[in-house]
Design a protein around this ligand. Structure first.
Ligand SMILES: Nc1ncnc2c1ncn2[C@@H]1O[C@H](COP(=O)(O)OP(=O)(O)OP(=O)(O)O)[C@@H](O)[C@H]1O
Ligand SMILES: O=C(O)C1=C[C@@H](O)[C@@H](O)[C@H](O)C1
Ligand SMILES: [Mg+2]
Length: 408
């Protein structure tokens, strides 16, 4: 066979329209010399294609991991295992809880048996297109705002549709736990909202890595211990994470950002520089032509553009914190560090820093902004001594944040 198809019947029909006959690849795959396949986005109801489905994949009718032995295919559901694993490693008790699942798809189907096994009290699935198994958003808002556990399984909120999450978690006043399957961005909008409200949150990247752990175990026939799992999770998280530097004009963001580049193996981007590049206009000129309001719009568009990147150190403008949306965007993939330099050390006049026009102007800005910088900071570091010491403090704090992540 020269051409095979992994996909659905619609693709097959369309390929056939173009006179490219595609054989389903299943039988071909069975004849190849490899142990197994992991399917990231499996079809629902795909068990019947497998010779020997596991009990849990039969219960959900979803297979995402297939191994081949003696001409037979064996199917497993690693979403079930990953869900159970994450619930256990956070020592969460779901017994007698009311659960709301957002999205009727292969993930909801896979975790339903797990929720049954954990003896939850009630389960409702809410979906934009409700069917016999799911309810509408109207019904959800009318009757189920008292759900204690919310599980967001939808593909909504994934990059690039970062703002498309269909519910507001703040309305669920009894919510104790959010389980969010979004893994790109690292902390989705719904996860950010939940964390800000003090709701315990399991994020998608942990569930995703757990799923791959179980698939790998099946395919390799070996066991991956908790220690290795935690180290893969930490390494992935720290590698992908952006470091977002906030602070007053001349606090040291650019200098520190550049020093961090080699230490963290991430490249530095300066938001102001991106604005200048994109508009071919200097910042004082933008202020002159469009005022501060015009500049702030460009700044938010730049925050949106940078929010979906990974592995960057982002130096913000001194006033990026003036619009909360900018910080919400930058926190999707980033940890926010406040570079706190004392007022008497800041530059008080610089024609390239339009808001640093005099000692009084800088003092006024400092007093207005200091509490806002503090409020948005995940980490605050003083930058009054040697700048290299500030860099070391940042690295220590980042390590601490990653170590504590298990309790997110
Ligand atoms: N700890 C420090 N010790 C000595 N000089 C410092 C220290 N921190 C910053 N500086 C100096 O302060 C000046 C401003 O730093 P930098 O340009 O990095 O600030 P910034 O926060 O990026 O400013 P802006 O918001 O205007 O872009 C630079 O000359 C830098 O060398
Ligand atoms: O503090 C501010 O509001 C500003 C700081 C600079 O980085 C530039 O973003 C711009 O000059 C505005
Ligand atoms: Mg700078």
């Amino acid at each position: 066979m020269k051409t095979g198809l992994i996909g659905n019947e619609i693709s097959e029909q369309i390929f056939n329209e173009f006179d490219l006959s595609c054989k389903r690849i299943n039988s071909y795959i069975k004849s190849l010399d490899f142990n197994g396949i992991y399917i990231d986005f499996p079809n629902e109801n795909n068990c019947e294609r497998i010779d020997v489905p596991s009990e849990n994949s039969k219960r959900s009718n979803v297979v995402d991991t297939i191994i081949f032995k003696n001409e037979l295919s064996y199917g497993f559901n690693s979403d079930y295992d990953a869900f159970m694993y994450c619930i256990n490693r956070h020592a969460i008790d779901l017994k007698d809880k009311k659960v709301l699942i957002i999205g009727n798809n292969w993930i909801s189907k896979s975790i339903l048996p797990a929720l049954e096994d954990l003896n939850v009290k009630e389960i409702y699935i809410v979906d934009q297109n409700p069917d016999a198994d799911s309810i509408s958003y109207t019904e959800c808002y009318a009757r189920h705002l008292d759900s204690q556990i919310v599980i967001h399984t939808g593909l909504t909120g994934m990059n690039p549709d970062i703002d498309s999450i269909p519910i507001d978690i703040h309305l669920f006043l009894k919510c104790e736990l959010l389980i969010d399957y979004v893994y790109d961005p690292l902390i989705s909008k719904i996860a950010q909202d939940a964390l800000q409200s003090g709701i315990q949150t399991i994020t998608g990247i942990e569930l995703k890595i757990a799923k791959i752990k179980f698939a790998t175990e099946k395919i390799k026939g070996a066991s991956i211990q908790e220690k290795l799992f935690q180290s893969v999770l930490d390494t992935y998280y720290i590698n992908q994470l952006n470091i977002v530097l906030i602070g007053m004009p001349s606090a040291g963001k650019t200098t520190i950002g550049k020093l961090l580049e080699t230490k963290l193996h991430k490249s530095f981007i300066d938001m102001d520089e991106i604005i200048v590049q994109d508009t071919h206009t200097s910042i004082p000129e933008i202020f002159k032509r469009s005022g501060e309001a015009g500049f702030r719009k460009l700044e938010t568009m730049t925050a949106l553009k940078l929010s979906v990147l990974n592995q960057k150190i982002i130096g913000t403008g001194g006033g990026t914190i003036k619009n909360k949306i900018n910080i919400d965007l930058l926190k999707l993939n980033g940890v926010v560090i406040f570079i706190d330099r004392d007022l008497d050390k800041l530059v008080t006049y610089d024609p390239n820093r339009p808001l640093s026009s005099s000692q009084e102007a800088v003092k006024k800005l400092y007093e207005e902004r200091f509490p806002i910088y503090q409020k948005y900071a995940d980490i605050t570091v003083k930058n009054n001594d040697k700048i290299e010491d500030t860099v070391e403090k940042i690295i220590c704090e980042l390590n601490r944040i990653v170590k504590n992540k298990k309790s997110v």
